[in-house]
Write a protein that binds this ligand. Structure first.
Ligand SMILES: [Zn+2]
Length: 594
C-alpha cells in the first residue's frame, strides 16, 4: 500500500508548479489584469467568468462557484484522485513523489539551500568577472561582441575562471556543501572519487526562472573548444523542457511589442537586447517543447522563431512547427525567420542594426505557408498520386491543430492544393464530432451570498490564508482564549503552520486541510475578494484580531456579570472580571452596569 504523501512535499510541490500553467495547458487562459480568465470548463458560458490567480495559486468561477488549487483542478477537470493529481503535478515538475518514510523535511530544506547556493554561485561568477586576473579575456570578448557594461550587468554575466576547483574550493567546504553543489549541477563527480567544477574558463549566463530566481547557468566557451555552450544539467530547480532563457527579463517588452522571438542561444538574446530588441528568449540546448510554447502563448499571441538558414536550422524549424501545431488555438500565430547562411541573430543584428533586423522579422513566413511550402517540395502536384501523397503527409499534421477556424482553413487549403472535393477532407479525417465533454461536469455550489460580510474570525482566517507572506503569523494570538467559536482553533492551526513554514503559499496552506471538515469553508475564504490594498492587509488583519479580542472580552464580561446577579462570583472569577474591565478594549459605556 502506498504511504501517505508527506504534507511538506505537497507544500514544496505547490510552491514549484504554477497553477496558471497547469490550467492553461488544458483550458487556454487569457490575461486579464493581474489574473487570467477563460470560459469556465465546469459550466456552459459565453463570457469568461472562470478566473485564475497566480498570487493565490487558486482558481475561482464567478458563474458556477467552483474553486480550488491546482490539485483540485486536476481532480475535478481530469477526474483524477488525490494521489493521481499529485503524481501528475510532480511529473510535470520533474520531481519524484516520496514514499512513506522518506525524509521530506530534509528535501524541503535542501531546495531552499539549493536556491541560496545558486544566488551565491551567481555572485561568485559576477565577482570573478570584475576581479579575476584573467578576466580581461572575457571583457575583451564581450566588448568585441559589442556588449556595453550596462547590458553585461543587466544580464548578470559572469566568468568561471580556468581551473578545476574554483567554485568547489569556495563553496565545497564539507560533505554536505559538496553534495549540494553536486545536486545543483555545479560540480561533476570524478570516477576516481572527488569532484571538479563543471564550468571552467567560460562566460557565464545565469538562467532565471519565470519568477526571476536563478535556477541554473549556461556557459559559453571563450576560444575555440567544445562544447561551445554548456548548460546546467536537470536539477531539482532547473527543467530545460519548460525554462526559457531571458523570459523573466523579456516579459515587459513581449507585452509591449505583442510578439516574442525565439532564438537559439543566450548570446543571441543578450546581443538583441543590446540593439534594442528586448522581446527575445532562447531555449536551453533542447528543441522547443509544447510546454515552452504554452508558456509563451500565455503572454502573447504571436511568436516568431529565428533559425539559421542551414540544414540543422531547417530541421530544428520543422520540429518546432510540429510542437507548435497543437498550441495553435484561434488567434495565435507562429512565424519562421530563416537567417542568411552563416549568420545568427547576434552577428546579424551587429552587422545590419536594429531597423534592418526588424524588417526581416516583419517579413517572417507564417506557419501555414511554411508547412505547405515544405510539403509541396516533397510531392509532385502535377500527378494525381503526388496530390494524394500531399494529403497523406499533411493529414497527421493538420489533425494536430485544435478545433477552430485555423484548422478548417488549413484543410480548405489542402483541398485546393490537392484538388479534392470541397469539404471532404476535414470530415473524412475527423470522424467524431468535436468533444463537448468539458461542459458542466461538476459544481461545488455557489459561494455564500453573505461573503461580503464575514465574521471577524472568518475575516482573519481569510486574510491570513490569502496572504501567507505578510507576516501575519507574527501577530500574537495568545490573548484569544478557547471559546465555542469554531474558527479560532483553525486560526491557531494556520498560524502554527505558517510559523513552521513562513514561505508556504496559499494553495499549499489550503492543502493542509483537505482531509478535514475545514477544507470547504477555507476554500471559500480563499475565494473571498477582500478589496483591501496589499499594503494595508497586515494592518487590517491586526485590527481584526483586536476586534476579536475585544469581542471575547466583552462576551466574557457579560457572562460574569450575568452570573454575579444570580450568585456570588468566586475569588478567581472576581479577579478575572476586574482584570477584564481594566483593559482598554472594553467599551467604556458598559462599565455603568456595575
Ligand atoms: Zn463555472
Amino acid at each position: 500500500m502506498a504511504g501517505r504523501i508527506p504534507q511538506s512535499f505537497i507544500d514544496d510541490l505547490l510552491g514549484r508548479v504554477d497553477i496558471v500553467e497547469i490550467i492553461d495547458s488544458r483550458v487556454p487562459l487569457k490575461r486579464a489584469g493581474k489574473e487570467y480568465k477563460a470560459c469556465c470548463p465546469f459550466h456552459e458560458e459565453r463570457t469568461p467568468s472562470f478566473t485564475v490567480s497566480s498570487s493565490k495559486q487558486f482558481y475561482h468561477c464567478f458563474g458556477c462557484g467552483v474553486h480550488g488549487t491546482a490539485i483540485t483542478f486536476l481532480m475535478e477537470y481530469a477526474h483524477l484522485d488525490f494521489r493521481e493529481a499529485i503524481n501528475e503535478l510532480a511529473s510535470g515538475a520533474g520531481v519524484e513523489v516520496p514514499t512513506e518514510g522518506d525524509q521530506p523535511r530534509r528535501a524541503q530544506n535542501s531546495t531552499a539551500s539549493l536556491r541560496q547556493l545558486m544566488v551565491e554561485a551567481n555572485q561568485f561568477f559576477g565577482q570573478q568577472l570584475r576581479e579575476h586576473p584573467k578576466s580581461d579575456r572575457v571583457i575583451n570578448y564581450l566588448k568585441q561582441r559589442g556588449l556595453s557594461g550596462e547590458v553585461t550587468a543587466e544580464f548578470e554575466l559572469g566568468f568561471a575562471p580556468p581551473g578545476w576547483s574554483n567554485l568547489l574550493d569556495q563553496f565545497g567546504k564539507d560533505d554536505a556543501r559538496r553534495k549540494l553543489l553536486f545536486e545543483g549541477g555545479l560540480i561533476i563527480k570524478k570516477e576516481s572519487g572527488g569532484f571538479y567544477d563543471r564550468f571552467r574558463d567560460r562566460v557565464m549566463f545565469p538562467i532565471h526562472d519565470h519568477r526571476g530566481r536563478v535556477v541554473g547557468f549556461g556557459g559559453r566557451i571563450l576560444d575555440q573548444g567544445e562544447p561551445k555552450y554548456l548548460n546546467s544539467p536537470e536539477t531539482p530547480l532547473f527543467h530545460k523542457g519548460s525554462e526559457l532563457y531571458g523570459l523573466f527579463r523579456a516579459k515587459e517588452s513581449i507585452h509591449k511589442e505583442q510578439c516574442c522571438l525565439i532564438v537559439e542561444g543566450y548570446m543571441d538574446v543578450v546581443a538583441l537586447a543590446q540593439h534594442g530588441i528586448r522581446n527575445s528568449v532562447a531555449t536551453l540546448g533542447t528543441a522547443t517543447t509544447r510546454q515552452h510554447l504554452e508558456r509563451l502563448f500565455r503572454h502573447v499571441n504571436e511568436l516568431i522563431f529565428c533559425f539559421d538558414g542551414d540544414r540543422a536550422g531547417k530541421q530544428a524549424a520543422w520540429r518546432a512547427l510540429e510542437s507548435a501545431l497543437p498550441t495553435l488555438q484561434d488567434g495565435r500565430q507562429v512565424g519562421f525567420l530563416f537567417l542568411p547562411d552563416g549568420e545568427d541573430p547576434d552577428s546579424l543584428v551587429r552587422g545590419e542594426g536594429e531597423a534592418a533586423f526588424r524588417k526581416r522579422l516583419s517579413a517572417s513566413t507564417p506557419l501555414p505557408d511554411y508547412l505547405f511550402d515544405q510539403l509541396r517540395k516533397e510531392t509532385d502536384l502535377n500527378r494525381l498520386d503526388g496530390r494524394a501523397r500531399l494529403v497523406e503527409l499533411a493529414r497527421p499534421l493538420l489533425l494536430r491543430l485544435p478545433d477552430g477556424v485555423l484548422r478548417t482553413m488549413m484543410f480548405d487549403r489542402l483541398t485546393t492544393l490537392s484538388q479534392s472535393r470541397p469539404g471532404s477532407l476535414e470530415e473524412h479525417f475527423t470522424s467524431s464530432p468535436p468533444s463537448k465533454s468539458k461542459a458542466s461536469l461538476h459544481s461545488f455550489g455557489a459561494l455564500g451570498q453573505s461573503e461580503g460580510r464575514l465574521s471577524p474570525t472568518a475575516k482573519a482566517i481569510a486574510l491570513l490564508i490569502q496572504h501567507p507572506g505578510m507576516g501575519g503569523h507574527q501577530i500574537d494570538l495568545s490573548p484569544l482564549f478557547d471559546s465555542d467559536d469554531p474558527g479560532l482553533p483553525l486560526l491557531h492551526s494556520i498560524q502554527k503552520i505558517l510559523t513552521n513554514n513562513p514561505k508556504i503559499n496559499t494553495a499549499a496552506l489550503l492543502e493542509h486541510f483537505r482531509e478535514t471538515p475545514h477544507f470547504r469553508p477555507l476554500v471559500k475564504l480563499v475565494a473571498w475578494e477582500h478589496l483591501i490594498h496589499k499594503d494595508n492587509v497586515l494592518a487590517e488583519f491586526e485590527e481584526t484580531i483586536q476586534t476579536l479580542i475585544g469581542r471575547q472580552r466583552t462576551g466574557r464580561i457579560e457572562v460574569l456579570l450575568q452570573k454575579s446577579t444570580n450568585s456570588k462570583l468566586s475569588a478567581q472569577e472576581q479577579g478575572e472580571l476586574t482584570k477584564l474591565l481594566e483593559t482598554k478594549n472594553y467599551p467604556k459605556g458598559k462599565k455603568n452596569k456595575l
